[in-house]
Structure formats: structure tokens, C-alpha cells
Design a protein around this ligand. Sequence first.
Ligand code: ZN
Length: 385
Amino acid sequence: MRRSIALVVLVVAMFPLGAVAQGTGTGQIVRRPGDGRQPEFPPPTITEYHPRSTLVVPAHLVPRAKFPAVDLHGHPPTLTSPDVVNTVGEAMDKLNLQIMVNASPSSGDRLAQQIAAVKASRYPNRFVMFASLDLRNVGPGSGQKIAAQLVADVKAGAAGIGEIMKSFGLSIKKADGTRLKLDDPELDLVWETAANLKIPVFIHVGDPAEFFQPLDFQNERWLELALYPDRRYQDRARFPTFEGLMAERDRLFARHPRTVWVIAHLGWHAQDLARLGLMFDRFPNLYSEVGAVLYDLGRQPRNARVFMIKYQDRILFGKDSFQPDEYPYYWRVFETDDEYFDYYRDYHAFWKLYGLALPDSVLRKLYYANAEKIITGLPRAGLPN
Ligand SMILES: [Zn+2]
């Protein structure tokens, strides 16, 4: 009894009249780890502790998408032969994945070879090729050269640009040795050419904000950063800050309002959807996709549902790495109202997911209609009318 009185006094002291405790995890909270006791046995490490959930609730596995889906963020094996295309196509059939955008982009002969392999396969209308841009050693005249190659690649059959990889902005250097900034004016012509060709630009900028933060035990991505040295961007002599990079990105979008931009991974703002919403409000030609950020949508099902409904015309389905057994996690999060289920990658998230139960009208836009709208060269056969 005395302890609960002390608790009330403590809470009132922490949140005086009128103050609101933030629900974001950043506000002050009362924590009592183990009531001050120490474990009697050595605690398990972060990689050892996998408690079995005892929760029993309805579960609905979704092996196939409810509607034919377009994967805007596809990274299939390089489509070097009809056999490879057939293998990927068979996996797509099982998932109700109607179209895969090959976002491992290519150009020139490599592009032509993949287009030929798709044509000669049993899945000629199921793949879309995006073009790559050679952004190495940019200097005076580069913009014109890159734009000319883009025109040729689109003529050969490319239906978009990208994925432009995160190295653009993080590490690619100009001919003069400085970092190639996202909004470098030399590239203006390239983005304007994309607008003239009416093709989308699919661009990955940066990485999760935590990758730029100190690697301490408060870092939400500690395990991933400990596993992958090349995802650590703490060195300010080598890398811009997260916010610096995002500001550069937004200046790029502001400079080219005619260009259709698709920002990968919900712009790395899936943990702050209000911020992404402000971006959508500010840039009417901006779209995004959900690849590899399912863990952030699935941990805030109510907020994410409201967001996905509000911005239903701006968000596309994308998966990123091609692991056929991982797609059903996306279908389940988007389509069901299941609770507290496992995610597939522990270093992304040590928490569980919840379903958003999106309405059919929103699922249709997410799965295919928004892709149809922005990719002029998307094969329509096999997609609902
Ligand atoms: Zn990617």
C-alpha cells in the first residue's frame, strides 16, 4: 500500500498538472527492471533469448495476396536466361505476384540481354525492367551523357529508373573527389529527362536513422549494426548526418516537381509516419513503397492503418530482397487483423507484428493500381480491370 502511494507521488512529480506523457518511447517513463533485483542465473544474450509466446489468438496465414500484386522493389536473381526467368515466375505464381519490377537496374547490353531472356521465357508479360544510371565520377557534361543513355535504355524497353542505390548520397564521389550530392545541378537534366519520358525514378536514400546514431544499448538497431559493419554511418568525416541527407533529398524533390519520384522503404520514416505524410503533402509527385520496413508498420497497426488509408494513392507494394517465403508476412500484415505474430528477421526487429486489416479498395491500390498509374510501361494483362 505504501509503495503505491509512493508511486502516485512519483508519477505526479514527473508529470505535473497539464503535462502529457509522450507515447513515443522518448518521453519519461517509470521503469523498474526486476524491482532492483539481479537475476540469480546469468541472463541470456540478445541472440539467445527467444521466449515461446503463450498467447492463443486467431491466426490467419496468407500464402497468396488477395489481389494480383506488383512488386515495385524486386531484386530477383539476374535474369540472364529464360530458365532463370521461369524459376522466378513459378515462385511468383504461388504468391499471386503478377508483376515484378526488376529494380536491380541495368543498361545497354545487360538490359537488352535480360529483356530478351524475359521475352523467350514462359513469363513474357510478368517483368518490368528499370534502367540504371552511371553516377560515377560525375563532372561537367555527365548529365548530358547519362540522359542520352537513359533515352536509349527506355527505347530498348526500360520502364523506369532505379533502384538508385543508397551509395548515391552516402559515398559516391564526383570526378573532383567530393561527395556527389543528391541535388547536384549536373544531374538536373537526367531528372527532367525522366519527367519528359514519363517514367518514374525509384530512389533509395540513406538508411534507418539509427544507423547514423551511436552504437549503444539504447540503439533500436544494435544487433543489425553489430552484425553489419557496412551499415554504420557514425563517422562524420566519411558520411553526412541522417538529417543532412534527408534535407538534400527534399531539395532534390523540390527542384523537380514534374518528375515522378518513388522513395524506397517509406523514406526511412515508417517509424514516424506523420513526417512522411508531410512529405506527401508537400510533394504531389512523390510516391513510396513498403519494402523491408514491414516491422515498423506492423508494430503500430492502428496508426499505420489510418496512414495507409489517408495516403492510399501514394503507397506501392515492394518487397526488396527476393525471398519467396517472406512475401506472405506482408500479405498477413496488410490483409488480416492478426495479433502479435513473428517477423522474419530478428535483426530488423525484436518485436512482434500486428495486422492492419486494410480495406479491399486500399489493398487494390497498394498491390497494383498505384503501380499501373505511375509505370506507363507496365503490362496490364493479368491485372484486374
Ligand atoms: Zn532495393
